[in-house]
Design a protein around this ligand. Sequence first.
Ligand code: MG
Length: 275
Amino acid sequence: MTNTPKRHCVNHFATKNIQIAGFLVLLTAAIATAGFIQSQDRTFKYPIHDMARPQPTIVTPGPVCASSAPSDAIVLFDGKDLSAWTKAGSDAPAGWSVKDGLFTVVAGSGNIATRQSFGDCQFHIEWMVPTELKCKSQQGSNSGLYFHSRYELQILNSAGNVTYADGMAGSLYGQYPPMVNPCRPQGEWNTYDVVYRGPRFDASAGIVRTATVTLFFNGILVQDDVEILGATAHGAHATYSSHPETGPIMLQDHGDPLKFRNIWIRPLGNPQVAE
Ligand code: MG
């Protein structure tokens, strides 16, 4: 009788110790797992914007070919007006200038975005850096094409203008340099043909499918179905935050008067599966 409380006390103490030990084991495992995932997701060979990252090989593209919109495309700019676009984040008209069948960034007027929202798509755009612009690294010729207004394919003069490889034309900014560099010189038109697949999130905002992008730059493959690591960030690792399946496509006002023309899009259904 006299031992019972003591035994009970010892057993209780032992049980508590086991619980604490178990908790510590689980905690250690969780930390180790988190560290593993962290390193799996975020260990890269080169730091972001590393000038030592090798520059892609220069490739001379073929002649400029006309790329008229196919019959099932939604034309986002046909040379006449920017009615398909707004000042990004508002219903205000896009403040960029339209003239002679093309439009030009008006520095300081803000980014512009498609009035309509898009998700998975095939996208075509043509851009040109005027000859009079002075380009130095990221300055003087910078714009960008953002899917979901978040994920940037860089637009920049990369013909004779060296910058960090993950920030040059054809890069997924801060993430993937282009596989090669087919950028045409200032005063000539460049084309981007993109296949973009947006991310998917579950009801609790967890990511269930990362976004992917394929880019043909002047007809040459420079991004091959790469997995987007998250929303574009400058000098920081990209992360995802939940957003709807469709959203506006945005063009960047980085203060440089780049020119654009011939923009069209074909929204895509889900990827095909064998039947
Ligand atoms: Mg940019």
